[in-house]
Design a protein around this ligand. Structure first.
Ligand SMILES: Cc1cc2nc3c(=O)[nH]c(=O)nc-3n(C[C@H](O)[C@H](O)[C@H](O)COP(=O)(O)OP(=O)(O)OC[C@H]3O[C@@H](n4cnc5c(N)ncnc54)[C@H](O)[C@@H]3O)c2cc1C
Length: 335
């Protein structure tokens, strides 16, 4: 390892797909790794929420494989039953009509929800959930990590730090420590409002997921309950996830959740052309949903400061991009 110790101690901040991939690779290469995650679950934007009518994937809807290095990873998940192929009927609303978007693209989902991927990847790692890293400081060649209250974390004193966070969150930790902060600062992000909708009666819609290209509010709608391995709930015929367009999400980012949910379900009803009687309706918002201008690099590493950054804003705004970014950062550190 370039960090130059027999068993270097590395902190990974962020237990999204990039951070977890990075941590596994570092561990496999002999580092002593601790992962810090501010939420109470691992997985980041690959998230499943549980509600009374069942579960909903509110962030990433599915993942695809285009790189040969991601293929064996997904194969492992398939073999272990953590992921399955989603044989979805995909359509698109364009120019006022619904068009079939059948393609040979294979789509995969976590089972029994997308959140299973993060839970699986967190196994075997030292992941400190519910731990927000608010500040990092370097003293005597070691990185010290501080929490929300300015207290040094009980596990601290690392030879290297990997920040696997959306770039604005990484910038706030890096500022004053590394010129990487300036490189990251150019990446812009789009937010996303997501609504979860359960119906007591079948909608009769003949697609499972649709890109909505001709609506000012909606960008994507998916019948979440059509994904494989989802538990059925009595009295619930279908569960849907509705994603708002980035522009609308930005404009109404501060709207109360219940109001955003109403807007989205009204837009859904209008777009699919039928009345909708929600049995359940809620909304969540993603502040950093999608990087607009990802950097054309897999990761960034500052050898002098011994700090690196990874995430989907390095390598492409997808689950695959995040995974490969985390992997590449770990391999560079441990080369
Ligand atoms: C609405 C939506 C739809 C999407 N749809 C798809 C899709 O269909 N297919 C696809 O491939 N991709 C999709 N994506 C993108 C995909 O989810 C991301 O590319 C990927 O999950 C990013 O992973 P990451 O590890 O880079 O970042 P994240 O998942 O954002 O992970 C960062 C982690 O860091 C934690 N964190 C932040 N700050 C701190 C701190 N100070 N201390 C400790 N922890 C911290 C966060 O809680 C989070 O868990 C979608 C994303 C969204 C939001």
């Amino acid at each position: 390892m370039t960090v130059g110790l027999a068993r270097p101690r590395v902190a990974v901040v962020g237990a999204g797909i990039a951070g977890l991939a990075c941590a596994h690779e570092l561990l496999a290469r002999g580092a002593w790794v601790t992962v810090f995650e501010k939420q109470l679950v691992a997985g980041g934007r690959v998230a499943t929420v549980a509600a009374e009518p069942g579960t909903f994937d509110t962030g990433a809807q599915y993942f695809t494989v285009s790189h040969h290095r991601f293929e064996p990873v997904v194969q492992r998940w398939l073999d272990r039953g953590i992921a399955r192929r989603w044989r979805a009927r995909i359509a698109a609303f364009s120019g006022g009509t619904l068009v079939d978007k059948a393609s040979p693209t294979e789509r995969f989902v976590g089972v029994p929800g997308m959140g299973a991927i993060g839970r699986w990847l967190a196994q075997g790692l030292d992941v400190r959930l519910g731990t927000c890293v608010r500040r990092i400081d370097r003293r005597g060649g070691l990185w010290l990590l501080h929490d929300d209250r300015g207290r040094e974390l009980s596990v601290s004193g690392f030879d290297a730090v990997c920040l696997a966070l959306p770039s604005p969150q990484a910038v706030s930790l890096l500022a004053g420590h590394s010129p990487l902060a300036d490189k990251l600062a150019v990446v812009d992000w789009e937010p996303c409002w997501a609504a979860t909708l359960a119906l007591a009666r079948p909608s009769g819609l003949e697609f499972d997921g649709a890109f909505v290209n001709d609506d000012p509010i909606l960008g994507w709608i998916a019948r979440d309950s059509s994904k494989p391995g989802r538990a059925e709930v009595a009295g619930v015929a279908e569960r849907w996830v509705l994603h708002a367009r980035p522009r609308w999400s930005r404009q109404y980012f501060d709207m109360p959740e219940a109001q955003a949910a109403q807007w989205l379900v009204r837009a859904f009803s209008a777009r699919v052309g039928r009345a909708v009687a929600p049995r359940h309706l809620a909304a969540v918002r993603w502040r950093y949903a999608t990087p607009v201008n990802p950097l054309p690099t897999a990761f960034l590493w500052d050898e002098q400061a011994r700090v690196g950054v990874a995430g989907d804003w390095c390598n492409g705004p997808r689950v695959e991009g995040a995974y490969l970014s985390g992997l590449a950062l770990a391999q560079a550190i441990a080369a």
